[in-house]
Design a protein. Structure first.
Length: 239
């Protein structure tokens, strides 16, 4: 069982919710997003979240070796190369205090679970708010793949806190689910348990109204010959 919480800007809403394997404690964070000025050349950006009501949930208190991720359909016809990813973190932490993790690219099985050894793996240290950016340098990826973060830490509580969109009604605005997008939208974001107790299928981040999606940007190159284009200063766009 995972206890999940969220960092708050103005208003706190907490309650216990039983889903597949999650006990959720949620708090609110107001969301502001930059535009797509970094999108250029033969690249495409994949995103599955919708923040039309201006709020997000933040989820925390993950288990040691807890795994969460998003299942991605490549936005190119062929020659998919992963350039950079950016994931919204609600709390920052520093690797010098043992707060770190990894982020990996995986094939997926028929249940959208990570399959086999990682295609590529990188360190993950959420030390900048709000986005932790990972450069992949043009790693070739299949048509469908998963990006999976594994959380490591050496004492309680875990500092990791990740944002999803907010399907339920927020303090300002109606419910996003059923208004901004269909109530039956495809679920892409999952908690996969931990190394000792993996979950397959993964458990969605459900807020009592609908399944929520992690705030994750995935930048792909659509040809193998294109000059590599990255988000470079993406963090500066959110200051």
């Amino acid at each position: 069982m995972i206890s999940i919480a969220k960092v708050c800007a103005f208003l706190t809403l907490s309650f216990l919710l039983g889903t597949n394997a999650l006990a959720l404690e949620k708090k609110l964070l107001r969301f502001e997003e930059a535009n797509d000025e970094w999108n250029a050349g033969s690249t495409c950006i994949v995103r599955y979240f919708n923040v039309c009501n201006g709020w997000v949930w933040c989820w925390s208190d993950f288990d040691y070796n807890g795994k969460l991720g998003v299942v991605v359909d490549a936005c190119c016809d062929d020659n998919h190369a992963l350039l950079e990813t950016a994931v919204f973190v609600c709390d920052t932490a520093f690797h010098s205090y043992g707060f770190n993790g990894s982020i990996a690219v995986h094939n997926v099985d028929g249940n959208d679970c990570p399959s086999g050894a990682p295609i590529e793996i990188r360190p993950f240290v959420p030390d900048v708010f709000p986005y932790t950016v990972t450069s992949w340098g043009g790693v070739q990826v299949p048509d469908r793949f998963a990006l999976v973060i594994t959380t490591y830490y050496f004492w309680e509580p875990s500092p990791f806190s990740f944002a999803t969109d907010h399907p339920a009604a927020g303090p300002t605005g109606p419910a996003a689910c059923g208004n901004c997008y269909p109530a039956n939208r495809t679920t892409r974001s999952f908690y996969y348990g931990n190394s000792s107790n993996p979950l397959c299928p993964g458990s969605p981040f459900n807020d009592g109204t609908c399944n929520a999606e992690l705030i994750w940007h995935i930048l792909l190159s659509c040809t193998t010959s294109v000059e590599q284009s990255t988000w470079g200063n993406i963090k500066n766009l959110y200051h």
